[in-house]
Design a protein around this ligand. Structure first.
Ligand code: ZN
Length: 351
């Protein structure tokens, strides 16, 4: 059986590692402006949500090389293919030009340091989310390299992702057969909760699920799924247990207010079952087989979940990336069939 991990994270060791992949203007800018590190806009590496302690190297970071990522995230799980999504805060920059230059450097670093070094690796295209035109440039630059298999956006965006200014990104992704992955994380234009900034990482991380709800509602109501009929959206590191309750609530009010959004012509839950996928970790249901079975019944589909370890984030101990209670046939779907159906470019490798 082909084993596919749809969410692993290489870690940029430092800004120094990206400088060789920038042109002289931006290398000079990074130095002159005194930009020492972008990772500080994410959680610190010492936070378990950034990296599990037993996976960190002497520098305190995990997954900084293809060799480390292969030894820790691929070999122990028998993974045949893994999709790398580096999180380095290039989306949080306020300069559209700088964000584009840093995204280019990050994607080039991923290609040279990871994709070129381990044939099991694939990657997401990181885009300057602040500007759709520049984001499309970045998609076009990498689209010919089929080791890049999706476009990545952060769930904490400047405006809801269904709004029209993001549509050129969806058009480019659809044109090239690339799903759009929406991953946990933020441009940090506003707090992660609807009531403002939190003071702890715990609250911030738990609240990511509410941001995913908001984005899913925006994509539905603004008509993204109707406008781009061949686009698949993958919710990454979103958790999964919130989805049935959110769809019950969305569907209840859609029945009364659907005249406002006539392009949502099918029940929202059926649109989501057809067009949206979710990575497995963090699997946030109770850890017993009966509860897991019940959640799968509530999701109403065995096609939606995609296996992920979310390496190197601490979502489980040891190698227990699987929740209990999943049948062998469902594990086969989550590990292989669903990812292959979702990512057209993975099918080019696996027959
Ligand atoms: Zn992740």
């Amino acid at each position: 059986m082909t084993r596919i991990d749809c969410d692993v994270h290489p870690t940029v060791p430092s800004l120094q590692a990206l400088l060789p992949y920038m042109d002289e203007v931006w290398r000079d800018n990074a130095v002159r402006r005194g930009i020492e590190e972008l990772a500080t806009v994410s959680y610190p590496t010492t936070n378990p949500l950034s990296s599990r302690a037993d996976w960190r190297d002497a520098s305190g970071k995990a997954g900084t090389t293809a060799a480390a990522l292969g030894a820790q995230a691929l070999d122990p799980f028998g993974t045949d293919l893994a999709i790398c999504s580096p999180l380095y805060g290039v989306q949080a920059l306020f300069s559209e030009d700088m964000s584009a230059a840093f995204a280019r450097a990050l994607n080039t670093w991923t290609a040279r340091e990871f994709l070129d070094r381990d044939p099991r690796l694939r990657a997401s295209i990181i885009v300057p989310q602040i500007n759709a035109e520049r984001a499309v440039d970045e998609i076009e630059h990498w689209a010919g390299d089929h080791r890049f298999v999706q476009v990545l956006l952060l769930v904490g965006s400047e405006l809801p992702l269904g709004r029209r200014q993001t549509w050129p990104i969806y058009a480019a992704a659809e044109r090239h057969g690339l799903p759009v992955g929406i991953h946990a994380g933020s441009m940090h234009r506003s707090g992660m909760t609807p009531v403002g900034w939190t003071s702890t990482y715990t609250e911030d991380y738990v609240a990511q699920a509410t941001a995913f709800q908001s984005q899913l509602g925006s994509l539905l109501a603004e008509g993204v799924f109707a406008k781009f009929p061949n686009l698949t959206v993958v919710l990454m590191e979103s958790g999964v247990s919130w989805l049935p309750a959110y769809l019950w609530r969305f569907s209840k009010f859609w029945k009364g207010t659907r005249a406002e959004i006539p392009w949502v012509s099918d029940p929202p839950a059926s649109i989501v079952r057809d067009r949206v996928r979710l990575t497995l970790q963090p699997f946030d249901a109770p850890p017993d087989a009966a509860s897991v079975t019940r959640l799968m019944e509530h999701l109403g589909s065995e096609e939606m979940l995609l296996f992920s370890t979310d390496y190197p984030h601490w979502q489980f101990d040891g190698q227990s990336a699987w929740p209990e209670g999943l049948s062998p046939s469902l594990r086969q779907k989550i590990m292989a069939d669903n990812p292959l159906r979702t990512y057209a470019r993975l099918r080019e490798t696996v027959s």
